[in-house]
Design a protein around this ligand. Structure first.
Ligand code: C2O
Ligand code: CU
Ligand code: CU
Length: 525
């Protein structure tokens, strides 16, 4: 027999527990700094710029994927991975229009790939699971730099192993300049007044070893490293300084701000300069996203770069374990007075030519999370999945399946709805897109620029618009996926091809690829 009184007591009890839990989360997230008590005194590592060889009008870059040892904490070395070094890798810095070629050797003991995140390159050069670099082999991609001035990055895209390989250190910057960016009165001397900051949350054992679980879902660390430096410190001149922020975490969302709440200006999004600087006191970046900001230090006041927790208390309570909570100290910035006076920021930075909705050739819908389709064709291929599998349009990543077929030259709107309870950063290869709207509202000013990754909040519908130009192939797909790397590895990814307008496949709803035996073999790593 169920006692009414008992039931209502139980309900009240549950309610109190829920409230207490939320208060706990709010306290921990908002008032408590997760990595409190550190002295930020390790000189920030600034990745060196990789020098190319000049051959027949091409810039040729040679580097390798290596195993290494890197001491993050108190000189205690831990096993890591890096490009040409122990952890992370050199910055590639090019001009728009350059012809580049690479010799990339895999010195790891597992298959890998190198993907040029954000860049408009042919699908055969994109460094996806379709271009594996076997152990001991050298991959030689080449392409023209077709993107405008921007902060891109490169990292592995290995089938089912992206999260692991990136976490242990395979990630680096790819910076593009162009005539416009060079002509602007903005800080642009690398390592002097223009710093790349790859910000990554990590977890360490008591003996200073990098900890990463063998299987799992969205990984969250309780420490933050910048360019591989633990508890870093950077000394800058007391003038305007440009920071190229990359959220290189596997899953954590950062809300970058300064400890004194100062205003700064965002000047660029993922794929280029904004039309005009946007004044902000915080900028939110999910994994994969970049923001270039300019900070005025002419007040000669030392300050910390920090990350704020979500101000939406309900969201924060809900997301406590899903990457969107927690306050972190990130980088101590010490300011040295200078006689140099920076010019005012230009009021015009760029011209962004978008498209009108009347020009749109096709609208596609993408359902993130939600129901798995029962269709056998929706399943993941065998090499994937070590945690919770989250579908896109009811399907999990399958390397042999092309999910969407785009006609070369078309302008498309993708309407992306997050049916799940946690945010997912959605990334599209090949193109830079513009955010049309979020739940029908224009995006904030600092999001009105070129993007390749954008956060889709729980329950939200975001429309993006892009044109698919230059490169077509029926055989080699590009990807779209959640950039929470564990979600990506667990199948939250799909494939699209761009085909010629006269292709028999143009306008079709997808098809199966015949993967060669070598690719199938690599998939089983
Ligand atoms: Cu940054 Cu498909 O990846
Ligand atoms: Cu990418
Ligand atoms: Cu996700």
């Amino acid at each position: 027999m169920v006692n009414r009184k008992f039931l209502s007591r139980l309900l009240v009890g549950l309610l109190i527990l829920t409230i207490a839990g939320s208060v706990g989360v709010v306290y921990f997230g908002y008032f408590q700094t997760v990595n409190a008590g550190l002295t930020f005194s390790n000189a920030l590592h600034v990745p060196p710029i990789l020098d190319p060889e000049l051959e027949n009008g091409e810039k040729v870059y040679t580097f390798s994927l290596q195993k290494g040892n890197h001491a993050f904490i108190d000189g205690q070395p831990t096993a890591t991975l890096g490009f040409n070094g122990d952890y992370l890798g050199p910055t590639i810095k090019v001009d728009a229009g350059d012809l580049v070629r690479f010799n990339i050797t895999n010195e790891l003991d597992e298959v890998s790939t190198v993907h040029w995140h954000g860049m408009h390159v042919p699908p055969e050069m994109d460094g996806t699971p379709h271009q594996p670099i076997a152990v001991g082999e050298t991959w030689q991609p080449y392409y023209e730099i077709k993107n405008e001035a921007s902060t891109m990055w490169y990292h592995p895209h290995t089938h089912g192993r992206t999260a692991h390989q990136s976490y242990f250190g395979l990630a680096a910057f790819f910076i593009i300049e162009d005539d416009n960016s060079k002509s602007l009165a903005i800080p642009q001397t690398y390592g002097v007044d223009d710093f790349p900051l790859a910000v990554q949350d990590r977890r360490f054992t008591d003996t200073g070893d990098l900890f990463y679980p063998a299987t799992g879902n969205a990984f969250l660390g309780d420490s933050v490293v910048v360019n591989g430096t633990y508890a870093p410190q950077l000394t800058v001149a007391g003038k305007r300084i440009r920071l190229r922020l990359l959220n290189g975490s596997n899953s954590r969302i950062f809300r970058f701000a300064f400890s004194d709440g100062r205003t700064f200006h965002q000047i660029a999004t993922d794929g280029g300069l904004l039309a005009a600087p946007v004044a902000l006191d915080q900028v939110k970046l999910s994994p994969g996203e970049r923001a270039e900001i300019v900070v005025d230090f002419s007040d000669n006041t030392d300050v910390k770069l920090i990350s704020l927790p979500d101000t939406n208390l309900l969201a924060m309570a809900e997301n406590a374990f899903e990457g969107d909570s927690g306050r972190f100290d990130i980088l101590q910035i010490n300011v040295q007075p200078t006689d140099d006076v920076s010019p005012e920021l230009p009021s015009v930075l760029n011209v962004i030519n978008g498209w009108d909705e009347s020009e749109v050739d096709r609208v596609r819908t993408m359902r993130l999370a939600g129901q798995m389709s029962q269709d056998a064709n929706a399943a993941a291929d065998s090499a994937i999945g070590s945690g919770r599998q989250i579908p896109i349009n009811g399907k999990l990543m399958n390397m042999a399946r092309v999910d969407e077929v785009v006609t070369l030259g078309d302008i498309e709107i993708w309407e992306i709805t997050n049916m799940g309870g946690v945010p997912h950063p959605f990334h599209v290869h090949d193109v830079q897109f513009l955010v049309v709207d979020r739940d029908g509202d224009a995006p904030p000013a600092n999001e009105q620029g070129w993007k390749d990754t954008t956060l889709i909040n729980a329950g939200e519908t975001v429309r993006i618009i892009a044109q698919f130009t230059d490169f077509a192939s029926e055989d080699v797909p590009y990807m779209y996926h959640c950039h929470i790397m564990e979600h990506e590895d667990n199948g939250m990814m799909g494939q699209f091809t761009v085909v010629e307008p006269d292709s028999a496949l143009a306008g079709s709803d997808g098809y199966m690829l015949e993967l060669n035996a070598e690719l199938h073999g690599e998939m089983e790593h």
